[in-house]
Design a protein around this ligand. Structure first.
Ligand SMILES: O=C(O)CCC(=O)C(=O)O
Ligand SMILES: [Fe+2]
Length: 682
């Protein structure tokens, strides 16, 4: 029995991702004696709750020696960016994200002398310079490389030397081969349960399909012979019936997210498939079901669909003709293009099987030896660069302090009215372009849809179950504000844009810290939302939510519902501190959240809850670790401070303060007319 490893995103609720291993298992069974396909993804899954067992990639390095080959992909996984799916990160910090999903397993398999094959994945985004030697080793060491489109091939070519890169159709075109045409018992029972008796149209449970909803509603008599079934194709990407239930009030729904093969069967039995999803469209094509897609999403990876004549594009912002839609409904024989895709896939699986069947050398191949040889040099270069970078950061820090001095000088103040005017004009411009988080059905941008669908990132229960302390005054330490995975995402993507330098003086020398607006005083919008990671957009949306306010009201014992809120992010540089203070009277309640992935208490930078105005009189100390936070209720006793960050500390101390102000207060951080230019924090 051959143990074949397969790596990819097989642990997320996304239809296409779950089909890849099922199709691979089927095709390999036709070609290899007794293949045992072992799926690897970030998180382990058990077949009792998932379509198949999945082993965590945390175990890959230890188990690779028991494998006889490795299949990588498919899907959009050849990438180096962080945004594979909202909140999707490795289970621990030892796994690099996202190369641990594909590149690292390939190198580990190659090191064992195993055959490695690429199962038509696609490349997404840029390839960073540091990864070039690793990618080259993976490419030249692989037995068979196939990607899903020409753009992916193009992106890999510079790293492939003379390795051949094939382009093959997405393997989901082969879905119809997995079972015969008779309706399965499971599917028949499901149809019975949900009352699906007539010919039907499947509609992806996503926004952006309202033109279809309108035509079906307006011409209900024309389409009276059809039922509509809503399908969440990728819950992990935000598909949910609630997104469109109001547009399709009479549509049928599934009782739960089904096994992908059942989903495929439901799509294959429909008279039309309506949606955006690539794998919804490919499945429909594979069964001869016509596909209706908004022309607004015909680009990027969806370019793959351009060659197929039973894909019908409509303009979602205008009206669809009922005749146009009606004429195109109904299954047809497979188009020539689909037959061609299937023939190419047959050849693809022959090549995959042949590659996996090739002898295992169990010897370290030349590509890996070459990689080892280059490694110290690459690491040393990076190390020297990092040192130079931290020196440069120190210099920049000092320059900023000088700039801050200059700003507080007389000439700077004399020109303030002019800068205020410039800022006012800039604000007017921004008002037109600032993205805000709106209800999902009104939202167009992809990032915003993900946030709304993925919901909040904060574990509100942490606040809701915390108790206010009374010693030495009203305050609380709220821990575990996020899941471990989300905490890592927030720490990794702490904002670096739109900071202004704020100057401080500790009686001996100047230091600097940096502030970035997250929510402006009293605003309902996220500041510079487009520059935040998805995790941070979700966090900012949480800070604006009624649930957050209600939770803090309960904890603080003060009704915050009508107070103005402001939130800012901070980087405290080397030497920064905040002397003992009470907070301004207008700051009724402040919640300080921390975002350092780790922190050495010996480096200072900790919140001191003081019994008096003396720095030596600390009752409690809170380290700035992600997930921790402190709530301070302002009083005449609420003395607190931040201990001095060691001037040699190379990490910035990262925090967000959320402050609830008395009515009509103005922000002291961003006073009206303040024209301080902002910059990125390096
Ligand atoms: O960053 C902290 O821990 C405390 C900040 C603070 O006290 C303040 O902003 O008023
Ligand atoms: Fe404070």
């Amino acid at each position: 029995m051959a143990a074949i490893g397969m790596c990819g995103t097989f642990d997320v609720e996304n239809y296409g991702d779950l089909l890849f291993p099922l199709i691979a298992a089927h095709e390999l069974r036709q070609r290899l004696p007794t293949p045992d396909l072992q799926k690897f993804s970030y998180f382990s899954k058990r077949a009792a709750q998932w379509p198949f067992d999945v082993v965590s990639l945390t175990e890959f390095a230890a188990t690779v020696e028991n494998l006889d080959g490795l299949i990588v992909g498919g899907g959009h996984i050849i990438r180096f960016d962080q945004d594979v799916a909202p909140g999707y990160l490795p289970p621990n910090n030892d796994l690099h994200h996202p190369s641990s999903l594909w590149l690292i397993p390939m190198l580990l398999a190659l090191e064992q002398g195993l055959p490695v094959v690429w199962n038509a994945p696609a490349v997404y985004g840029d390839i960073p310079a540091w990864a070039a030697p690793l990618l080259t080793a993976a490419l030249i060491g692989s037995k068979y490389i196939a990607v899903r489109d020409a753009a992916s091939r193009q992106a890999l070519m510079p790293f492939a030397r003379d390795a051949e890169i094939n382009i093959v159709p997405d393997t989901v075109f082969g879905i119809a081969n997995l079972r015969d045409e008779n309706i399965s018992r499971e599917c028949a029972a499901l149809r019975q349960d949900i009352g699906l008796h007539k010919p039907y149209l499947v509609v992806q449970a996503t926004v952006g399909l309202d033109a279809i909803a309108r035509v079906l509603k307006k011409h209900a008599a024309t389409f009276a012979d059809y039922q509509v079934l809503l399908l969440p194709i990728g819950p992990v990407l935000g598909d949910a019936e609630k997104n469109i239930a109001h547009d399709f009030p009479t549509a049928l729904r599934l009782p739960q997210w089904p096994n992908p093969l059942l989903l495929a069967e439901l799509i294959g039995g429909a008279e039309a498939a309506i949606g955006i999803s690539l794998h919804l469209a490919i499945t429909a094509l594979a069964y001869g079901v016509p596909v209706f897609r908004p022309q607004q999403s015909a680009h990027g990876k969806y370019g793959l669909l351009a060659d197929f004549d039973t894909i019908h594009l409509f303009d979602n912002s205008s009206e669809i003709s009922p005749q146009w839609l009606q004429q195109k409904l109904g299954k047809t024989a497979l188009s020539v293009a689909v037959q061609k895709a299937n023939a190419e896939l047959k050849e693809h699986w022959d090549k995959v099987a042949a590659a996996l069947n090739s002898s295992i050398t169990r010897r370290v191949p030349a590509c890996i030896r070459e990689l080892w040889q280059k490694l110290p040099k690459a690491m040393e270069t990076d190390f020297v660069f990092e040192n130079k970078l931290s020196q440069a950061q120190n210099t920049i820090g000092h320059l900023r302090i000088e700039v801050a001095d200059l700003r507080s000088s007389l000439s700077w103040r004399v020109t303030a009215p002019l800068r205020a005017l410039a800022k006012f004009i800039q604000r007017l411009r921004n008002q037109r372009s600032t993205p805000t988080i709106t209800a999902p059905h009104q939202t167009k941008s992809v990032a915003a849809i993900d946030i709304a669908a993925a919901g909040g990132i904060m574990q509100f229960e942490a606040i809701e179950t915390c108790e206010l302390r009374s010693e030495p005054y009203g305050w609380a330490a709220v821990e575990d504000l996020y899941s471990a995975q989300n905490a890592a995402a927030l720490a990794d993507t702490f904002p670096r844009d739109h900071y202004k330098a704020v100057k401080g003086y500790d009686g001996e020398k100047d230091y600097g810290y940096e502030a970035r607006e997250l929510v402006a005083m009293g605003s309902k919008a996220i500041s510079h939302a487009a520059d935040l990671s998805v995790a941070w957009q979700r966090l900012a949306a949480d800070l604006l939510s009624p649930r957050y306010r209600a939770a803090l009201s309960r904890l603080s014992g003060i009704d915050l519902s009508n107070l103005q809120m402001e939130a800012n992010a901070f980087h405290y540089g080397p030497g920064a501190w905040l002397g003992p203070h009470l907070d301004l009277r207008d700051k009724i309640v402040t919640h300080v959240l921390y975002f350092n992935p780790s922190w050495n208490i010996a480096d200072g930078g900790c919140l001191q809850i003081l019994r008096s105005s003396s720095m030596r009189d600390a009752a409690h100390v809170v380290a700035p670790i992600v997930g921790s936070s402190a709530l301070l209720v302002r009083s005449d006793k609420s003395w607190h401070a931040v201990s001095r960050v060691d001037p040699r500390c190379t990490e910035s101390r990262r925090s967000v303060t959320v402050t609830f102000y008395r009515d009509h207060s103005v922000s002291t951080m961003w006073p009206p007319g303040d024209a301080t230019p902002t910059h990125d924090y390096i």
